[in-house]
Ligand binder design. Structure first.
Ligand code: AAE
Length: 672
């Protein structure tokens, strides 16, 4: 195991919340209240770090008390009460809130019941051409009510699957909430997914309704998807209805219903009261081989977990505008919708992150007066590389927090965000967060009362017993270990859809440490209580027995202006040797000559260690990603090991399949 590059001493934080922010944070008020009413330890006056550590300890030691307190604090409306909080804490198989019935959509639309808020925006919709368009709480509720009634009329019953092939537009939010209102099971793919990728997902769950656009606009161009929709309709025989949303202004194809006909009635929503563990949606995590995992999460589990995340961790409330750059094909879209649960306005941006230029996302934040802006770490690093000054050149005075995910935010990203806001006098909270589709949430990340240290997530989230374990299952501190969660979270999958005996679910998380969730990331939990993510452990680099995360190498190498992106692979060779090539995708105009090779090696040697220096540096035409933008390491490793392409990777899970032929060729050349 490598030791984390951070020791137990107390380094200067990059950022420290001021006393007003700490006092005003919802988690502070929750803590005081939970101590008075639910047995939480009293906060330590003047010591937010000790207070949070105590609250966190209590939240994982007494899960029933913590989750009971969360349900009460956020006034969860149980139509029938629960018998107990946690009837069985086995993983997998935990049983949460048996006896309870509720409805997720009813909670998402609560703010609409407040006459003072009904005409405020629930959604702010932005695309590449238009100014923000508001959808008020009143209108959102009416559309959901109308569509839910139409879904029932179409025969949609609790448990039926309803699918969306939709960009990040208000219609997608309406369709999700209407589906949840009738107890249906929502699922979505973004329209940049090709037919095969969508079918790999939707065919598994056999939807009865498909909401679809005719196309979308991205990067200044119109992308017509009508042929793909025709293919989807032909290949999804379980569909009873197709609903056409004319984003490009075309007429509904034969046999499809018009969106406007289904959403025009001002109907009071009727919420099906479903059991706590009733499925809310199916998300997909691209399996590296085979079909994507179809992950089922429950209405009650997501409701509680997302109330906790948005309210206590992101500190969102009715005065906030919550923007996360995402598509409907990534769980961060579902997370964004959770802003509605705490009465925040959510910002939906349907467009390219880089059109007409790299500042596009910042301009959306400016135009919508976003208070919390979430994006990918990769976008932050691209902005840094481009040398832009968003806080200086735009009015981002409403933004109090920039959050990142997708991959670990490198230290330079923390500094750049902080400094570029500080130069315009702003006090920015930079929150790097990490979790996954598998729980549709974060294991560690934002805590509004704690300092931010460069390169670190502030702390494990409440109710999440996050630990780093060594291969023997012993917790380690200040050392790299496997990310494990030793107790159940309500948003963990209730099952995988296509997995009748639960084998695939079990094997995905519980094989290495029986009964304990092993996520597949390398992390360090520091003795100061913060968390460092080092990258995926299933693509671990292991040099002479020393394990290293690939993220550390990317961070160092991609600081060099000549490197656009990189991919490092560790390969166990049949002769017992080890080969660690680094593939580099060069910036335009750069050449991989000996001087650059030397600089890459020197950078890695000096910033990481001599052990991290790759055996070979190879120029590549690009780095392949999953459809949600994560570098594909394991399939490339398989290709380099000689596995044929069709067995090494599920083609529907890759953004640019062509690139894999390059890596296949490298494998062939080496075999000669
Ligand atoms: C919260 C996350 O972990 C999101 C992601 O990276 O997929």
């Amino acid at each position: 195991m490598t030791t984390a590059p951070h020791s137990a001493h107390r380094p200067e934080p990059l950022w420290q919340p001021g006393p007003d922010r700490i006092a005003g944070a919802q988690v502070t008020r929750f803590h005081t209240w939970a101590a008075a009413h639910h047995g939480a330890p009293a906060p330590t006056p003047g010591d937010p770090a000790a207070s949070y550590a105590d609250l966190h300890r209590w939240s994982v030691d007494d899960l029933p008390a913590f989750w009971r307190a969360v349900a009460a604090w956020f006034d969860v409306r149980f139509a029938t009460p629960y018998e107990t909080v946690l009837a069985d804490r086995a993983m997998p198989g935990a049983r949460w809130f048996p006896g309870a019935t509720l409805n997720y959509a009813a909670h998402a639309l609560r703010a609409a019941e407040d006459p003072a808020r009904a005409d405020e925006p629930a959604l702010l919709y932005v695309d590449e051409t238009h100014e923000p368009t508001p959808v008020t709480w009143r209108r959102l509720r009416a559309q959901v009510g109308s569509l839910a009634a139409e879904l029932r009329r179409l025969g949609v019953r609790p448990g039926d699957r309803v699918s969306g092939y939709l960009p990040n537009v208000p219609e997608a939010v309406v369709a999700l909430l209407a589906t949840a209102a009738v107890g249906g099971v929502w699922t979505s793919c973004a329209p940049d997914f090709g037919a095969r990728s969508v079918l790999d997902r939707f065919q598994q769950i056999e939807p009865v309704v498909l909401f679809t656009v005719d196309g979308y606009r991205y990067g200044g161009k119109e992308h017509d998807r009508r042929d793909t929709v025709t293919e989807l309709r032909a290949e999804l025989p379980t569909l009873r209805a197709v609903v056409h949303i004319p984003l490009l202004g075309t007429l509904a194809p034969e046999g499809a219903l018009n969106w406007s006909d289904l959403t025009g009635n001002d109907t009071e929503p009727v919420y099906e009261q479903v059991p706590f563990d009733h499925p809310l949606w199916v998300l997909y995590s691209s399996g590296t081989t085979g079909l994507p995992k179809a992950i089922v999460q429950s209405q009650g589990g997501i409701l509680l977990e997302h109330l906790k995340q948005t309210g206590l961790h992101c500190d969102l409330g009715p005065d906030d505008r919550f923007f996360w750059y995402t598509s409907t094909g990534w769980m961060m879209w579902n997370f964004l919708v959770a802003g509605l649960l705490v009465g925040s306005t959510i910002v939906l941006y349907d467009g390219s992150p880089g059109h007409p230029d790299i500042a596009a996302q910042w301009r959306v934040a400016e135009a919508t007066r976003a208070t919390v802006f979430g994006t990918s770490a990769a976008y932050v690093m691209a902005c840094r590389k481009a040398g832009i000054h968003p806080a200086r050149d735009l009015d981002l005075s409403a933004v109090t927090c920039v959050a990142t995910t997708g991959s670990p935010l490198p230290p330079d990203g923390f500094r750049w965000l902080h400094d570029s806001f500080a130069e315009s006098g702003a006090d920015l909270w930079t929150a790097s967060v990490s979790g996954g589709t598998d729980v549709c949430s974060c294991f560690a990340g934002a805590v509004p009362t704690l300092p931010v240290h460069i390169g670190e997530l502030q702390a494990p989230c409440l109710g999440t017993d996050l630990q780093a374990w060594d291969p023997q299952g012993k917790p380690v501190i200040d050392e790299v270990g496997e990310l494990v969660v030793t107790n159940p979270m309500p948003s963990m999958p209730t099952r995988f859809w296509n997995d009748p005996d639960g084998t695939r679910y079990h094997d995905s998380y519980f094989e290495m440490y029986p009964g304990v969730w092993r996520h597949g990331d390398w992390i360090t939990v520091t003795s100061r209580g913060s968390v460092i993510i080092h990258g995926r452990s299933d693509s671990t680099l292991n040099r002479q027995g020393v394990r290293m995360g690939s993220a550390d190498i990317y961070e160092a190498v991609e600081r060099l202006p000549e490197i656009r992106e990189s991919l490092v692979i560790g390969l166990e060779l049949p002769d017992g040797g080890y080969w660690m090539p680094l593939f580099v995708h060069l910036a335009p105009g750069s050449t991989l000559d000996d001087a650059l090779r030397d600089r890459i090696k020197r950078t890695i040697r000096e910033q990481l260690s001599p052990r991290h220096v790759p055996d070979d540096i190879i120029e590549a035409p690009g780095v392949p990603h999953t459809l949600t933008g994560k570098r594909i390491e394991v399939p490339v490793k398989r290709l380099l090991q000689g596995t044929p392409l069709d067995k090494a990777v599920n083609p529907g899970s890759v953004d640019n399949l062509e690139l894999l032929h390059f890596y296949e060729q490298v494998a062939r050349d080496r075999a000669q």
